[in-house]
Ligand binder design. Structure first.
Ligand SMILES: [Zn+2]
Length: 489
């Protein structure tokens, strides 16, 4: 059985020439190495999977090489190069700060710094994820960084440069590695596929490169996952990759967008939920809608007159803000489906300008919906009208404390109980004037034999209770359970 090596490891660059992209950075480093003017401390930074550690190791090998003359590349022949390739070079120390964060781990480095290299031209310390070192560990290292012996070089790598203390940063040559452009990733993947005899379409490569999000390593490991498909000679298609990644097909996004535009709720929600079921993430759906919205905004902005089959620019701008907000929400919410659905409904709402209330009409419309009758036939009807017009406190006070003797449209004789607000009459008059655009004659009586509506209700309740207590069955129960009481629900 042949020895199988994963693609990412097999194609890991072994020298500067093999490194894909980062051209300017490579040139700077190579020139510095060639002219013996490389800083004794370097820090490589950038997102994961863009070759920081790989580059750090190439630099280390090159610096340690004893036969390197007037060149930046290691010779690959000398004892130092061979030992490095075999992974047993005593002068090149690789440490992962993620698992060695303490001051003791750093101490072993500091203690060995004073000794001259045994096999290589230099002693090189490669510390990966250096930001993980503890504060004390950084402090311990600082002294050595200030005045490193001439035969020593430090190469740090980090994804989180802001976590590295300034005191350390100020002593390092900082090298920012940029994420790989899509094209660079796709081209590299294509080269690998040719060499490995993997049949794959350009579109599939593009989907893989996109999914890598600037990280070559991520893209390579995705290719690794797809690879078995090609073992029987199958050509890997974009649809295969999308299926595996749960990536949305652009035509589906266009369909979804159209449903949103035409406010076809059923279609939009069904499509979105079906996509979630297939494993496409809500973030993915929103991101692609954002991209499409941006494209349409640009189309509208650049057209001499509005593009007819697209939402207007104003609506598209609204889409944009809703989608940006939704994307932020989806990154943190545990309710993916719910958040997505609400975002889609908002989008459909945003498209309908007639649904957008304006400050001047919002209140007025509401009032006009409930028409006030020309004449009010009874006191209970008056209370209903007051409630409809949101005069709830007045309606409630009247219900409790107004004992109405006579009522007709335009006039009433009424007695207010002691608990009524002092200016009840004035409040009522003002409300009636507003509602009917007419002054009512309100005569306030000193006493009254009438009841307020609330008193009337209480009385009825009491009578019901009394008659219930007289019912033979209830009587028996009350006798059987002394001390129990009767209530009416
Ligand atoms: Zn060498």
């Amino acid at each position: 059985m042949s020895h199988y090596k994963v693609i990412a490891r097999k194609y890991r660059p072994q020298n500067f020439a093999d490194v894909v992209g980062h051209d300017l950075t490579k040139q700077i480093i190579q020139n510095a190495i060639k002219s013996q003017k490389l800083s004794q401390a370097l820090i490589l930074t950038g997102i994961r999977g863009i070759g920081k550690t790989t580059l750090a190791r190439i630099i280390a090998k090159s610096l340690a090489c004893t036969e390197r003359v007037d060149a930046a590349e290691a010779c690959n022949q000398c004892n130092s190069c061979k030992l490095f390739d075999e992974g047993r070079h005593n002068d090149i120390l690789e440490m992962d700060a993620a698992s060695n964060t303490g001051v003791d781990d750093v101490r072993s480095i500091i203690d060995s710094v004073g000794y001259r290299p045994v096999h290589g031209a230099k002693k090189v310390y490669v510390i990966d994820e250096v930001h993980m070192l503890s504060r004390n560990a950084f402090n311990a290292l600082l002294k050595t960084l200030e005045e490193p012996p001439e035969h020593v070089c430090f190469v740090f790598a980090t994804t989180e440069i802001h976590k590295v203390p300034d005191t350390v940063l100020s002593r390092c040559l900082r090298i920012n590695l940029q994420p790989f452009p899509l094209k660079a990733i796709a081209t590299h993947l294509k080269n690998v596929c040719v060499q490995e005899d993997i049949h794959i379409t350009d579109e599939a490569l593009d989907v893989l490169a996109r999914a890598g999000q600037g990280s070559m390593r991520d893209a390579m490991s995705l290719l690794e996952q797809m690879r078995p498909l090609s073992f029987d000679g199958t050509t890997i298609e974009a649809s295969h990759v999308r299926d595996m990644l749960g990536v949305l097909d652009p035509s589906t996004v266009a369909d979804l967008f159209e449903s949103l535009q035409h406010q076809n709720r059923h279609n939009a929600l069904t499509t979105a939920n079906e996509l979630l079921r297939q494993g496409v993430s809500g973030e993915n759906i929103i991101t692609l809608l954002l991209e499409l919205t941006h494209t349409h905004i640009m189309q509208q902005a650049q057209a001499s007159e509005p593009v007819a089959n697209l939402p207007s620019e104003v609506v598209l701008q609204r889409y944009w803000s809703i989608l940006v907000k939704a994307l932020q929400e989806l990154k943190t919410t545990p309710f993916e489906r719910e958040s997505l659905n609400v975002a889609l409904l908002r989008l459909m709402f945003a498209g309908d300008i007639s649904h957008q209330p304006t400050a001047s009409t919002a209140g007025g419309e509401k009032k006009n919906q409930l028409t006030i009758p020309e004449t009010c036939e009874s006191f209970p009807q008056l209370l209903d009208i007051l409630r409809q017009q949101n005069k709830l406190v007045l309606a409630s006070n009247l219900k409790h404390y107004a004992r109405v003797e006579t009522f007709q449209h335009g006039a009433m004789d009424v007695h207010f109980s002691d608990k009524a607000p002092k200016d009840m009459k004035r409040q009522l008059e003002a409300a009636l004037k507003e509602l009917f655009n007419d002054a009512w004659q309100i005569k306030v009586l000193e006493t009254s034999a009438a009841h307020s509506i609330k008193e009337e209700q209480d009385l009825k309740q009491k009578q019901l209770l009394e008659s219930a207590k007289k019912h033979p069955l209830v009587k028996k129960i009350l006798e059987a359970f002394p001390g129990s009481s009767v209530t009416i629900q």
